[in-house]
Design a protein around this ligand. Structure first.
Ligand code: HEM
Length: 339
């Protein structure tokens, strides 16, 4: 078994707490005195119900709910990455968060040890250009204003050489226009434990129903209506695949800028059955999902997130959730609320 390890510098915990505080300040400012929303990924694109099916799983990956065949109810939230409600035409990180329900076993967050959920948070980018949590938060702070402000603030905070290379990477990563929300895989971009292994995970589209009319990119919100049209037409199917750590040089744990090249191995299938996101049940689901919190640390102990950016998220998501009064982890009874 290849040996992976994390590198945790002394005093990191306090530094990550401080970074979460800086993100929270951005969140408060965005709320301008009102009730805060999510610090990031504020704008929902779609909320849908799904079913995760585990069948044959490759050797070494049969862990937790992936240990034996089974099926689990899921809730999915698609979102734009920024902390605002900008037009979908503005380049942004595109997110897909999946909450699996009815998951047994002790969970990572001590206060949620008996929770019954496991979340997978993914974006349409395979890697992140940020070398550290400090860089990530600096860019979020800088990006909360105008584009010109972003450039000046990054030059000031990171120096000309690092600022320019980060801006180039950001432009490349965010500048991709989606033909539709699921025209590409969605990646964890950062590693997690998978039993004894360390892996990155991704959702690969297997079947996306056709839309009955072209997406109207002139509309402020165009991805959500297109997503809904497709789900009204048929089932949407995604494969959950993982990529294993082999060595620190090619699959580093602490350098999130490196693309891992190990093969993708399928561990499950997620089906979003044909559904109407705009009918009564769809609207109730969407309100419920807005109140919930998706967090990579909502997971059984065998699936611990790895690396500094992940450790930063362990503080940041809880702070953001507390500030916006997010609902606790669902135990499955919420299904009755949907009617
Ligand atoms: C690079 C890998 C990352 C991925 C794949 C990712 C993905 C996501 C996704 C999909 C959401 C939306 C969840 C939802 O729908 O409720 C989200 C929210 C959020 N992300 Fe990340 N993220 C990443 C990195 C980070 C980092 C490094 C931080 C902070 C240090 C961060 C802070 C947040 C916060 C505060 C929220 C809002 C949480 C809430 O209020 O529920 N993310 N992220």
């Amino acid at each position: 078994m290849p040996a992976w390890s994390e590198r945790i510098e002394e005093g990191e915990e306090a530094r990550l707490e401080a970074l979460a505080g800086r993100l929270r300040a951005v969140q408060e400012r965005a709320a301008s005195g009102g009730r805060p929303g999510r610090a990031l990924h504020l704008k929902p694109i779609a909320a849908a119900e799904g079913r995760l099916e585990v069948g044959e799983v490759p050797d070494g990956l049969r862990v937790g709910i992936f240990a034996s065949p089974g099926a689990f109810r899921c809730w999915v939230r698609a979102s734009n990455g920024s902390g605002g409600r900008r037009s979908d035409a503005v380049p942004d990180v595109r997110g897909l968060a999946v909450k699996v329900l009815g998951v047994p076993g002790d969970k990572l967050i001590p206060a949620l040890i008996d929770a019954k959920t496991q979340d997978f948070l993914t974006i349409a980018n395979e890697v992140t250009p940020f070398r550290s949590a400090e860089e990530f938060v600096t860019v979020i702070e800088a990006g909360a204003g105008s584009a010109l402000g972003l450039v000046f603030r990054l030059l000031w905070a990171l120096g000309p050489s690092r600022a320019m290379s980060l801006l180039r990477d950001l432009q490349r990563e965010l500048g991709v226009e989606l033909a539709h929300w699921l025209d590409r895989p969605y990646y964890s971009a950062l590693p997690i434990r998978w039993g004894e292994q360390a892996v990155k995970v991704a959702w690969f589209p297997v079947h996306v129903p056709d839309a009955d009319h072209p997406m109207d990119r002139a509309r402020h919100d165009h991805y959500g209506p297109d997503f809904a049209t497709r789900l009204r037409a048929g089932d949407l199917v995604l494969a959950l695949k993982v990529q294993r750590f082999v060595d620190e040089a090619t699959t580093p744990i602490e350098d999130p800028t490196v693309r891992w090249t190990t093969p993708w191995e399928q561990v499950a299938t997620l089906t979003l059955p044909r559904q109407d996101l705009d009918d009564e049940r769809g609207r109730r689901l969407s309100s419920l999902v807005e109140e919930l919190s998706f967090d990579p640390w909502h997971a059984p102990t065998d699936f611990r997130p790895l690396g500094q950016l992940m450790r930063a998220r362990n503080v940041a998501y809880r702070e953001s959730g507390l500030a916006r009064g997010a609902r606790g982890e669902p135990d499955g009874t919420e299904v009755e609320e949907l009617g």
